[in-house]
Write a protein that binds this ligand. Sequence first.
Ligand SMILES: NC(=O)c1ccc[n+]([C@@H]2O[C@H](COP(=O)([O-])OP(=O)(O)OC[C@H]3O[C@@H](n4cnc5c(N)ncnc54)[C@H](OP(=O)(O)O)[C@@H]3O)[C@@H](O)[C@H]2O)c1
Length: 269
Amino acid sequence: MHPSLFSPDILAGQQALVGGSTQGIGRAVAEVLAQMGASITLLARNEERLQQIAAELPTPTAQTHDYIVADFVDANVVATRVHDYLNSHPRGFEILINNTGGPAGGPLLAAPAEAFRAAFEQHLVCNQVLAQALVPTMQANQYGRIINIISTSVKQPLPNLGVSNTIRAAVGNWAKTLANEVASSGITVNNVLPGATVTQRHTSLIEQRAVQTGQSTESIEDNLLQLIPVHRFGQPEEIAAAVAFLASPAASYITGINVPVDGGRTGNL
Ligand SMILES: NC(=O)c1ccc[n+]([C@@H]2O[C@H](COP(=O)([O-])OP(=O)(O)OC[C@H]3O[C@@H](n4cnc5c(N)ncnc54)[C@H](OP(=O)(O)O)[C@@H]3O)[C@@H](O)[C@H]2O)c1
């Protein structure tokens, strides 16, 4: 990470709610936003990990970090937990990072109806209740940054990710619609689309594919690397760097766009 791009005065005094932030991309986003001076509220299921990470995040502006425990399996529960938090922290948030665990892999035709309902709840409805909870304060302050971690499948469906491909398109259109609705209030809404990024999800999708096909994990990885022009997988910090820019005041005239961070893998512009 280039230190001068992410200096602590950029987000000093700001508050960020970061979903899916106990590991992987969400955790890397929480780290960089904290490094830029923001106070972070982590949001995920595992309370022990949330507590540990909140204690480990950087505090260059002597800011404090905390967390909310919620399972995105039920958007009503997420809404209740966040509204409870806002009742005791009424200043609200400048930054919302919509992120959670990805849907299970597998071919479209093999997916049960319930997998689509669950993914829609976890990805789209949870984004909606979080936006409804946080946007009123952003509107009152005439400032906000909403960044959705989706997938390059918004632009080009990926093999063996039937449910994910389907739901990501809905989230992309939700985000574009919201971007237009809130643009006049100084709120930007953008999507970051990770390519193959080394996290627990990446490893488990490769292991699952190995079981399905009988191929070794090494040969699956080799095949995936052939599709990536930079010829390596991404690191969570590389996704977080794009999020950090979009979350900063400097990105004030960028809204309603998709930013692939994928080493060039996506085959269209
Ligand atoms: N890694 C990649 O190659 C890649 C590529 C494209 C898109 N993406 C997408 O980017 C997003 C993040 O991926 P990642 O690789 O960072 O995933 P990850 O390593 O599996 O981390 C997922 C995070 O979300 C939290 N989470 C999972 N299920 C949750 C639930 N039901 N309720 C609340 N929190 C939940 C987890 O924490 P707890 O267990 O504590 O809840 C964890 O902090 C996903 O949507 C993924 O599909 C990833």
